[in-house]
Design a binder for this molecule. Structure first.
Ligand SMILES: [Zn+2]
Length: 444
């Protein structure tokens, strides 16, 4: 590490108090999705901070087309989908680095919180365990501290420290505070990258943890299936057509398709670990998945139901496209329909994003692994997830090699009640971001 980098790390340490205040300000804004209100308000706070650092900023509201692709009506999204793009142009030749963190949060449970989810309370310890990075600096509490407002604050702290020390960049830095990640990111980073508003050579997605470097995630398509029937008196069902019965037939076929076809569909990812929990179930790489998530139908027991609606999530391995996934899914349903003249169904897509993998041999991934080790003193393994993240837009649509890391672990209760994060860990995350950014972009 050179003198300048050392100074930046010192500035990160001494910016702790400012970082806490920023994070508390971000926590106060309720951006849980759905509905995803107040993205404009959170962007306003961040925009002012980036302007102050000399970044050029712009706000981008997803168009109606992207709202539709998000499944906005079905998911009950409300309010403008505001995204912030902040740029710092380098002074010479160098790659463009894009760093993304999302502004929305998972929904807040009405019950079971022992702290105010918007409060940003500070404690010495966490009753849910200890972060590996905790050096006694305490914990902060509230929805988003680990996913993803803590990362947003870590990123800002890293860039403030670089500014304070006077780091000059040769390549361009593009930072996005993008919305709607938790419900698919279509109107957030999806919009920014697919519309060409954000273009870069390399990327960092700050939506993970410091337990591993995320290189792979699944895609998904959320389908809505509707079956129709003919209502009749429930004691004379022979004269009606039962929409729930028809959905059950489709579900038998979908279950067979999942267990016997999809579970055998694998995308080998050597060198990327999907975790012990999945390994005991025989899953060591992206594998086709299917979940029947909701089912609704009928009005009462004494009436033959004439409608039934079900939501199904289809987990797609890297390389599976939305188009092929849709065609195959339809073929499964159609295979049932041809055996039953009374079976009527409609298939709708709520939204989708495709899966990705950055190989464990990718030079950028390996370089970042070494830099993170230099920054935090730990060599993190390459990891993958069956869930999905906004990194898919960076890799699949933006064609940039990318890595994912961030804040939080088993102790931090991401998406659950009492979300908390170690402050020391947020600072470590900031150091990792700063070191990668400097080594890739800094004027030597
Ligand atoms: Zn997240």
């Amino acid at each position: 590490m050179d003198e300048l980098e050392y100074q930046v790390f010192k500035a990160i340490d001494s910016g702790r108090g400012r970082m806490i205040r920023t994070l508390q300000d971000l926590l106060k804004i309720d951006t849980q999705v759905p509905p995803g209100h107040d993205y404009d308000k959170i962007c306003e706070i961040l925009e002012e901070k980036y302007n102050h650092l000399g970044y050029t900023t712009s706000l981008h509201e997803a168009s109606e087309k992207y709202m539709k692709l998000s499944g906005a009506k079905h998911i009950c999204l409300e309010g403008p989908r505001t995204n912030l793009v902040a740029r710092l142009n380098g002074e010479g030749d160098g790659p463009t680095l894009h760093i993304s963190a999302h502004t929305d949060t998972a929904a807040i449970q009405k019950q079971g919180w022992s702290v105010d989810p918007f409060g940003g309370e500070l404690t010495k310890t966490s009753k849910y365990g200890k972060s590996d990075y905790d050096k006694g600096g305490g914990y902060i509490w509230g929805r988003g501290v680990g996913d993803d407002k803590g990362e947003t604050a870590a990123l800002l702290l890293a860039l403030e420290a670089m500014n304070e020390v006077g780091v000059k960049l040769k390549g361009d830095l593009v930072v996005t505070a993008n919305c709607d990640e938790e419900i698919g990111g279509v109107a957030g980073l999806g919009y920014l990258i697919r519309e060409g508003i954000v273009k870069a050579n390399i990327g960092i997605q700050l939506d993970g943890s410091l337990t591993g470097i995320g290189l792979s995630a699944m895609g998904r398509t959320r389908f809505l299936i509707r079956t129709g029937g003919k209502s009749y008196h429930g004691q004379v069902p022979i004269l009606g057509i039962n929409a729930i019965e028809k959905m059950s037939k489709l579900n038998v076929a979908l279950n067979d398709y999942w267990r016997n076809v999809l579970l055998k569909r694998k995308y080998e990812t050597p060198g990327i670990d999907f975790g012990e929990g999945l390994r005991v179930k025989g899953i060591t790489c992206p594998t086709g998945m299917l979940n029947m998530g909701t089912i609704k139908g009928g009005v009462q027991g004494a009436t033959v139901p004439d409608t039934c609606e079900e939501e199904v999530l289809r987990g797609m391995i890297p390389g599976e496209t939305y188009k092929d996934t849709c065609a195959e899914f339809n073929a499964v349903l159609n295979g049932v329909k041809v055996t039953d003249a009374d079976l009527q169904y409609e298939l709708e897509t709520i939204n989708f994003r495709e899966g990705y993998v950055v190989p464990a041999t990718d030079p950028y991934a390996l370089e970042c692994q070494a830099l993170i080790q230099e920054a935090i003193g730990k060599k993190l393994p390459f990891t993958g997830t069956l869930a999905s993240t906004d990194m898919n837009y960076q890799v699949v649509d933006g064609h940039m090699p990318c890595i994912n890391f961030g804040v939080g672990g088993p102790y931090s209760n991401g998406h659950s009640q009492d979300e908390n994060a170690s402050l020391d860990e947020i600072l470590e995350c900031a150091k990792a971001v700063a070191l990668i950014t400097m080594r890739k972009l800094k004027v030597k």
